[in-house]
Design a protein around this ligand. Structure first.
Ligand code: ADP
Ligand code: MG
Length: 751
């Protein structure tokens, strides 16, 4: 009897086991049974020949139309040419030196044929395909009966292992399957009308009809969602069990003074999120919140209020930014927001004031030493930094030590791995600090539940009142060159007539032949991930990119300053510049002494210059949908309307152009991130760290199975609350072990 964890080499002969492992990485009975059909063919309904693509590995169900053998013209020997049909189109099968086939492959017979599609002249063909006749004496009576009224499963196959050989192996283990326990508890199955595991496995591989198959798929999707959500519920529970210092709001402290200073009233969403965080910080277990909200929705204010609550109660708060530019900017804007509240011990400082410290990798030794002293002795209530906060330099007196770290705020989560989050949290002394993660790349709720499943999610859905929406237009530079000239004229007008400022974004730095196509090489590791062209976009692109190298910052800046933008104050910024250089440029741009900033995607995340009203993105087709949305979020942050021009050579009607039109048509970041996920595939969006997880999600799609994921999360949370160690759910515990092993293996492979 075969159990799920039984090794296949104990079930099959060594050759079969070896092929299954080698061709498809299937090693256990469970692996094999979770290798689900890609689709099903119905007996009598033949595969649509028109749907076959060149180079594709296919399995087709077709009828033999003719079979002839002739002598080859150029070489010695015989070729047998079999024409098979779906009733409309024809596919040619070629066999060399196998004249005996003529007697076997007779017109009128149905069969499955597998191989790689190629084109010869105008004819589509499979050379030396594998085949299996249906209903023929040679195929055996059992097989013939099998195919008569069932759906025929078609498996993801490989050249070495055609679909029906996989089917045969699966049939063998299904017949002797011995599963004592179901990972889905009976009550859960009952509540959600789910079939048992054995039944579902039979039905997905050998469905009686379509309803049978759908029911099986639904149940098996539940397995995937439920096992994963149980892991996440366990993690949340373990986190919740850790001790943390409660940080109780103090009347008459910094927070009250800050609120009184705010030049605007908080939106309802900000108040709600704020209240939730206030409560969470009062608990004696660490808070884990993900705060997501559109660019400009006012997340920073929420973070500052949380930090002040902690400082008021004697603790410190750290804010981690993905780049130096952003850390510097946060530092400036927080110091400004706080005003006299940030000037402890200085002339004009308020009575309850604290200090804000900035720690970056590029700081000189003296400044750093002084700053770190403030951090160590607790004089700095708020500490802002990049990764430099995480990693200690060699010398002892340069270690980043906190007096009492109570809260960690991470800005723009998707640039930080879990390990980095943990490294910073490890800097708290006796207890865990509270954690607030902020992201401006909104992701659909069910995706967040899976990717950031150990965080509770807060979402800001509204923007502060009075914002004028950004206008976005596509500029088809290749088709209409004069549009590009108009673009620069428009930009000049924006600066000269309206007193605004502008960004010009290019995909490349330039000036270096060895530079790879589209990555902004930089000393700052967080920044290099900022160009997401290349991560999944390449395959779906029909962008004109291949024709010429994409626009580069250095060349574009030179052309503009001697051409269409002559006379304007232009500066460049990119990842190869030193941090203090970047900061100097940013400062000049922020205080209005620079008109146009020509930059790479270093300006992508969080850069906030309210007077910047226009952005031109060169080779916009090089960027992903979400990234374009992020970029344009840099303009129109003040009272003036924002303008974003997407310059592209991508031809009208193509996919790349369609993507740009979409971005131009909607300002809804959630909708755009959904499209991004759809287009680039979940695997690419989840990133390498999630690859193992993606692999375990065979049937489940995060975008379309929302309700199921929410239900599974609820059930899993309840189950873990009642039975944290899963003592009475051994099958579930085993499934989790298998999942974690898989993720671990994947992770180690990557490392
Ligand atoms: P995010 O970090 O979510 O992109 P910020 O916190 O940087 O957004 O806020 C964007 C701008 O809006 C800032 O200049 C901020 O001062 C301002 N702002 C924040 N909340 C409000 C509000 N409730 N009303 C008006 N302006 C606000
Ligand atoms: Mg921000």
């Amino acid at each position: 009897m075969a159990r799920l964890d039984e090794r296949l080499d104990r079930v099959f002969d060594p050759r079969t086991a070896k092929v299954l492992a080698g061709a498809l990485d299937l090693r256990t009975v469970g692996d094999l049974l979770h290798h689900y059909p890609r689709r099903y063919e119905k007996h009598g309904e033949l595969t649509d020949m028109a749907s076959l693509r060149d180079g594709e590995q296919v399995t087709v169900l077709a009828k033999i139309a003719s079979c002839t053998t002739r002598r080859m013209q150029r070489k010695r020997g015989w070729v047998t040419e079999v024409r098979v049909t779906d009733g409309h189109g024809v596919l040619t099968l070629l066999f060399f030196q196998q004249r005996y086939l003529e007697a076997k492959l007779r017109p009128g017979q149905h069969g499955l044929f597998a191989g790689e599609v190629s084109t010869y002249g105008s004819r589509r063909q499979l050379v030396h395909p594998d085949y299996e006749l249906i209903g023929a004496a040679e195929a055996g009576a059992e097989l013939a009966a099998e195919y008569v009224d069932n759906l025929i499963p078609v498996y993801p196959a490989s050249a070495k292992l055609p679909s029906w050989k996989i089917a045969k192996a699966i049939r063998t283990v299904l017949d002797t399957l011995d599963i004592a326990d179901d990972p889905l508890p009976a009550e859960v199955r009952q509540r959600h009308g789910l079939s048992g595991l054995v039944e579902a496995l039979h039905a997905i591989h050998r469905p009686v009809d379509e309803t049978d198959m759908r029911r099986a798929r639904h149940r098996l999707k539940w397995d995937e969602a439920f096992v994963l959500q149980t892991v996440l519920a366990q993690r949340r529970r373990a986190q919740d069990a850790l001790p943390a210092t409660p940080r109780i709001p103090r009347g008459g402290g910094l927070l009250e003074a800050f609120d009184a200073r705010l030049p605007f009233t908080l939106t309802a969403g900000q108040r709600e999120a704020g209240a939730d965080i206030t409560t969470a910080l009062c608990r004696d277990h660490p808070m884990h919140r993900l705060l997501q909200g559109e660019v400009g929705s006012g997340k920073t204010v929420i973070a500052v209020r949380a930090m002040l609550q902690v400082v008021d109660d004697g603790g410190q708060a750290a804010l981690l930014a993905p780049t130096e530019v952003l850390a510097q900017q946060h530092y400036r804007s927080i110091v400004e927001l706080l005003g006299p509240l940030a000037h402890a011990g200085q002339l004009g400082g308020a009575e309850q004031a604290t200090r804000v410290a900035l720690v970056t990798g590029s700081q000189g030794a003296r400044v750093r030493k002084e700053t770190l002293r403030d951090v160590r002795f607790g004089d700095a209530g708020i500490v802002i930094g990049t990764h430099a906060l995480l990693y200690d330099r060699a010398k002892d007196d340069e270690r980043v030590e906190f007096f009492d770290l109570g809260l960690v705020v991470v800005d723009e989560q998707h640039r930080f791995g879990v390990e980095q989050r943990d490294a910073l949290r490890g800097k708290a002394r006796d207890s865990r600090p509270h954690l607030l993660v902020m992201t401006a790349t909104p992701i659909p709720r069910t995706v967040a539940m899976t990717v950031f499943g150990d965080l509770d999610i807060l979402t800001l859905t509204e923007l502060p009142a009075g914002r004028v929406p950004i206008q976005t237009h596509v500029v088809p530079a290749a088709e209409k060159p004069h549009y590009l000239a108009r673009t620069w004229a428009r930009l000049r007008e924006e600066v000269e007539k309206s007193g605004g400022q502008a960004y010009v974004v290019c995909p490349r730095i330039g000036g270096d032949a060895s530079e790879s196509n589209n990555s902004d090489t930089t000393e700052d590791p967080a920044e290099s991930s900022s160009t997401d062209a290349g991560s999944g976009l390449a395959e779906l692109d029909d962008s004109a990119a291949a024709a010429r190298p994409p626009h580069a910052v250095l060349d574009t800046a030179a052309e503009l300053s001697s051409g269409p933008l002559a006379g304007l104050r232009l500066r460049i910024m990119h990842g190869r510049m030193a941090a203090d250089e970047k900061d100097a440029v940013m400062r000049e741009f922020a205080d209005g002494s620079v008109d146009v900033l020509v930059a790479t995607t270093v300006v992508e995340v969080g850069v906030d210059v309210p007077n910047a009203t226009a952005m031109v993105i060169m080779d916009a087709d090089r960027f992903g949908v979400s990234q374009l949305h992020q970029l344009r979020g840099r303009v129109g942050r003040g009272a003036k309307p924002g303008l974003c021009l997407l310059v592209t050579d991508a031809p009208e009607g193509g996919k790349a152009r369609e993507r740009l039109d979409l971005v131009a048509a909607t300002l809804d970041g959630f909708e755009l991130s959904r499209i991004d996920l759809e287009q680039r595939g979940e695997g690419n969006v989840l990133g390498a760290a999630q690859a193992g997880r993606k692999k375990s999600l065979r049937l489940l799609t995060l975008l379309n199975d929302g309700k199921l994921i929410v239900d599974a999360r609820q059930e899993a949370t309840a189950l873990v609350a009642a039975d944290p160690g899963l003592a009475s759910h051994p099958a579930l515990a085993a499934a989790i072990t298998a999942l974690l092993d898989e993720e671990q293996a994947e992770f180690l492979e990557k490392a």
